[in-house]
Design a protein around this ligand. Sequence first.
Ligand code: NAD
Length: 419
Amino acid sequence: MTVYSGPVFDMAVNQFGVIANYLSIPMDERDRLLLPKRAVTVSCPIHRDDGSVAVYEGYRVQHHLTLGPTKGGTRFAPSVDIGEVAALAIWMSWKCALVGLPYGGAKGGIRIDPTKISRRELEAVSRRYMQEMIPFVGPHVDVMAPDMGTNEQVMAWFMDTYSMYQGRTVTEIVTGKPVTSGGTLGRREATGRGVAHLAKRVMNELSINMNQATAVIQGFGNVGSYAALELQQFGLKVIAVSDHTGALYNEAGLDIPALMKHTSEHGSIAGFSSQMQFDPEQILTLKCDVLVPAAMERVIDAEVAEKLQCRVLAEGANGPTTPDADLVLEKRQKDIFLIPDILCNSGGVVVSYFEWVQDLQQLFWEEEEVTRREYQILDRAFDQMVVRSRKDKVFHRTAAMAIGVEKVRNAKATRGLFP
Ligand code: NAD
């Protein structure tokens, strides 16, 4: 029995089961690896603009503390619950271990629709959430970051709230902050850039000419927009993008910088062009070279997986593909090259780690150095995944997760079980 439930948590459990069987992990070791170390639920009351009081539920899950502090994003979305947050924390653990960071995974969030509240209300709920979290987090305990529905501004409010309570500025308590408040150059772009960098590596391996290639992006937030921008700069035509308001299609390629300007001014792609509107339901199954799901979990199920027409599936979002869809993709490995989420979107946490290191040292790097080191780490993890997948003839996701799980398992084995 656990307090965690729901389809996203079940998915993380199911995926772990596949890895545990592949690695022949004894049954009595599995719960210790899988179940989160700590979880907290808080209620965050705020004054609404109309004078009423509203209470929003917030969560934070810290998966394991074996390798160092925990690290993970904070999601503001109406779907957030403790099971979803736990699953995301577990995936963060395998991701951090895969790319060799000294962190365990964490995740947090508030069950709220940030598009339906004012900026003042957003600030109030962000600050109250951070204040409620103070007993559970710290620069050497648990370091927060942005995720769906949060951004640099929210991180600045988190950092300011924590610092006010400490009586000094503690920039290293969160990452993904504005550069003016202890953030690092290259963090805003890091996740999308990493997705595009790995997609480029695969296109080179598959001899796909980037100047004749096409990309489709689901979700046009932080990850999706920067992945689109980078892929366009590599020469690809980004023929379709979608967000929560709809989808746009243009065979000749969308103007990504113009679309980014539009979304930063209007909050979504709606109203960009009435001539290019498209059915968002069909976006994932469009014919293209690179498909980047960069919105939410579980959008590619077995039925969608059968219909995919991409050559490279670059998972920008966390958990976009269900275990049933994985079975289909495993059979389609010859025509679709999967870059699994824990590798594909790990550029974000890699550069968050760089931000934390820079804040602790108060020594800041040039953007070129940030990005060069990011790609170095991604390339190393990519190579390890491919070698493992070929050696053991396992699916890319299995190989990537197994490397992460093994590292956590080995660290637990050498530290022993206290007391
Ligand atoms: P974001 O809030 O900046 O953007 C999310 C985007 O998804 C928005 O464009 C939103 O409109 C769109 N969206 C929401 N519901 C949708 C739907 N039903 N159909 C199509 N689009 C929809 O969030 P983000 O930070 O870009 O995160 C996106 C995904 O990437 C999440 O799964 C997140 O966990 C993952 N991720 C983010 C980072 C990061 O650094 N931000 C790092 C690793 C993984």
